[in-house]
Design a protein around this ligand. Structure first.
Ligand code: HEC
Ligand code: HEC
Length: 210
């Protein structure tokens, strides 16, 4: 009887360790490559212009990864950063990219530092034009295909809005989602874009993904 109890106790003790081990082995093998630019906890790295990825939905990250791979994003001659990202993942299989997107979506996002100044009042007004797609709290909307904006660094959000405006992103004929966003970015001047980004990051409306 004592032996049985000891046996049962060992099994119960072993379960959490087996789970830990299972999580460790299910980590996609190319994760280290991604961490070298996007940060160990996928919190982003401003020095390398690499955005935060932690907590970004799987459907959005995977779409972007396929866009880079298929040349829908990161092929414009002025898009040096997009090209860098594209070359980094060009030889990774779709299954691995999907696994990476799933893995990243489960990592908790971190609060980002504020580096862009703007008028929060005007930003709130501008944001009313974003809510129909990106959600009331900037949490993203899968049915529309619009990503979460909260939890992202302001410098990256700004850079992307400028990329959309300049046609560096969202101009490819097969980029159906990006083209919608380009039309939106074209509606506002530079200061208004800074204002809305400031509103999103300062109020940090939600860091939860849909
Ligand atoms: C050499 C540095 C570098 C490496 C390595 C790298 N990235 Fe990136 N990544 C970037 C940069 C820079 C951008 C922004 C590019 C742009 O402006 O389009 C980016 C953008 C992205 C985006 C788009 C995010 C968004 O909000 O639209 C995703 C998703 C992404 N990377 C995932 C990955 C994954 C997964 C890996 C590993 C397989 C990886 N990256 C490896 C530098 C890198
Ligand atoms: C008609 C729907 C729609 C509206 C309105 C809209 N967006 Fe978007 N936005 C999208 C879609 C769809 C994407 C994803 C594009 C892609 O897949 O490349 C996107 C992408 C973005 C990105 C890139 C995020 C990243 O992680 O790379 C930013 C930044 C952004 N939107 C900001 C805004 C702001 C600010 C507003 C309001 C001024 C706005 N959007 C209004 C649909 C919209």
């Amino acid at each position: 009887m004592i032996r049985l109890r000891v046996f049962v106790a060992i099994i119960f003790l072993a379960i959490p360790y087996t789970k830990l081990f299972a999580d460790a082995v299910s980590e996609p093998s190319s994760i280290i490559l991604c961490q070298s630019c996007h940060g160990y906890q996928f919190q982003g790295n401003k020095d390398l212009n690499a955005p935060a990825l932690a907590g970004l939905s799987q459907w959005y990250s995977y779409r972007q990864l396929l866009n880079y791979k298929n040349g829908i994003r990161g092929t414009n001659s002025e898009d040096i950063l997009g090209q860098t990202m594209r070359l980094s993942i060009l030889n990774i299989s779709n299954a691995e990219l999907n696994a990476l997107a799933a893995y990243i979506s489960k990592i908790a996002s971190q609060k980002q530092e504020i580096s862009i100044k703007g008028d929060v009042g005007t930003g709130k007004f501008v944001f009313e034009h974003c809510m129909s797609c990106h959600g009331e709290f900037g949490e993203g909307d899968k049915t529309i295909g619009a990503p979460r904006l909260t939890g992202q660094s302001d410098w990256y959000l700004y850079q992307q809005l400028i990329n959309f405006q300049k046609g560096i992103r969202g101009q490819h004929p097969n980029d159906l989602y990006g083209r919608q966003m380009k039309d939106m970015a074209d509606m506002f001047n530079d200061q208004m874009l800074k204002d809305v980004i400031n509103y999103i990051t300062v109020t940090n409306m939600s860091v939860n993904d849909d």
